[in-house]
Design a protein. Structure first.
Length: 442
């Protein structure tokens, strides 16, 4: 009887990036500040002194690879958790098994990729097992762990910051892929050095992305006898981008965010959206842009339109929840809103004026009237004496002085007449007039 095989019976080949994943420390490219000879993370691994840790860095820089190498070096059982599919019940079940294995001397390394996607309850489920050493937790995240990982769990983990790979790092990986038996070593692939560099630039420090583009380029190359020729046209088709990328840490990065900020300030939504697209399509972190838009909302719009800050915060949350490419429309909404909003830098200017006095007059005492008298001695010393509770007055106002004596009469917040801030300006003028009138009476 003939056996019948379906498409699903065949073994699916692994992607190039998976086939080339390093298995030893010396095979890892990049992260020399941590893995170079004598560096801290290398020493920890070589001495088998691994404790719970979190790898923080951009995509494709080796977070999962280093975790796998650690597991192999320490001969530990390696468990990979998914933040999407792993519930609390599953986590606790695995943790209890790891606890039992520990009694027989077996180490368990639990690797959690994108640990920032675990909710608080899921993160809390790891905590007791990390505390008593049942597991070694290795988390990987592209987000700042100070904001995304529970404080109790974070305090029990060492944070290592991984850096984006350089162009030269990526070139090493691409050439290794062309020569390695696990890569295209058995094929006669012809690709110019400048095209490899083009892929390296496009990858923006992401090894997985670079190897994926190389793989697509080779698979779509021109077959000439036993050779595979990869042309510039093929690489460009596989990247779909030619010259949009820029160094996130270099001058162009700051030039573009400056162009976005100044276009919004100049009430030019078309220019603002263009610079936004330039950054996003170049691979800029949408959360970085969202943070700058939040700053803009108060620095350049402020109380002329208080809703601007809500728009900016909502855009940040949307970017955090769904990421690119979906969040591009949320950032566009925020950027256009900021561009069309009335402009005021009164809040920014107010703080800058107050900061000058705060730095020059650091020892100015808080007036006794507005000090908090929490003990009898404080009350005897005059703390809170003469304090006027505004809610007890008919107008909800008092003429009490709240600035230090040497600063009385200083004005820091000078509202404009733009948008809704004009209403705040009128209200402030009414308050000041009321206080002047009552001071004269007293």
């Amino acid at each position: 009887m003939n056996e019948q095989f379906s498409l699903f019976d065949r073994e699916v080949p692994q992607p190039l990036a998976a086939r080339l994943r390093p298995k030893a420390l010396d095979e890892i490219v990049g992260q020399q500040h941590l893995l170079g000879k004598g560096k801290i993370l290398r020493r920890i691994i070589e001495q088998d002194a691994v404790s719970s840790m979190i790898f923080w860095g951009p995509p494709g820089v080796g977070k999962t690879t280093i975790a796998n190498v650690i597991a192999a070096h320490t001969k530990a059982k390696f468990i990979n958790f998914s933040a999407v599919t792993s519930g609390i019940k599953e986590i606790r079940g695995v943790m209890e098994q790891a606890d039992a294995n520990r009694r027989f001397g077996e180490k368990t390394i639990v690797f959690v990729d994108e640990i920032h996607r675990f909710n608080k309850a899921q993160q809390d489920a790891f905590l007791p097992f990390v505390e008593k050493g049942s597991i070694i937790l290795i988390g990987a995240t592209t987000e700042n762990p100070s904001f995304e990982v529970n404080g109790a769990l974070l305090s029990r983990c060492r944070v290592f910051v991984l850096q984006a790979l350089t162009e030269e790092d990526i070139l090493v990986l691409l050439k290794r892929a062309l020569q390695s038996p696990e890569g295209f070593g058995a094929s006669q692939v012809e690709i110019d050095e400048d095209l490899l560099r083009m892929i390296a630039v496009f990858s923006n420090g992401d090894a997985r992305n670079a190897l994926s583009v190389l793989e697509m380029s080779v698979l779509n190359g021109e077959i000439r006898g036993s050779r595979i020729i990869v042309t510039r046209e093929t690489v460009e088709q596989c990247t779909s981008k030619k010259s949009l990328l820029y160094d996130k840490n270099g001058e162009e990065h700051y030039n573009l965010i400056s162009a976005l900020h100044k276009s919004m300030r100049n009430s030019d939504p078309d220019a603002a959206v263009y610079w936004l697209a330039r950054m996003l399509e170049a691979g800029e972190d949408p959360l970085y842009i969202a943070r700058r838009v939040m700053r803009f909302a108060s620095e350049d719009v402020g109380l002329s339109d208080p809703e601007a800050l809500n728009q900016a915060v909502s855009a940040y949350q949307a970017c955090h929840f769904i990421g690119m490419p979906e969040c591009s429309v949320h950032l566009t909404q925020a950027v256009v809103y900021m561009s069309l909003a009335p402009k005021s830098n009164a809040l920014y200017a107010a703080y800058e004026r107050a900061k000058v006095d705060a730095l020059e007059m650091l020892s100015e005492p808080v007036p006794l009237t507005i000090r908090n008298a929490v003990t009898k001695l404080m009350k005897d010393e005059g703390y809170g004496e003469g304090y006027q509770y505004a809610h007890d007055t008919e107008d909800k106002l008092t003429d009490m002085e709240c600035l230090p004596e040497s600063l009385q009469g200083k004005k820091y917040y000078l509202p404009t007449t733009q948008g809704k801030e004009n209403g705040f300006k009128e209200r402030l003028e009414q308050i000041n007039a009321w206080k002047e009138e009552h001071k004269k009476k007293n």
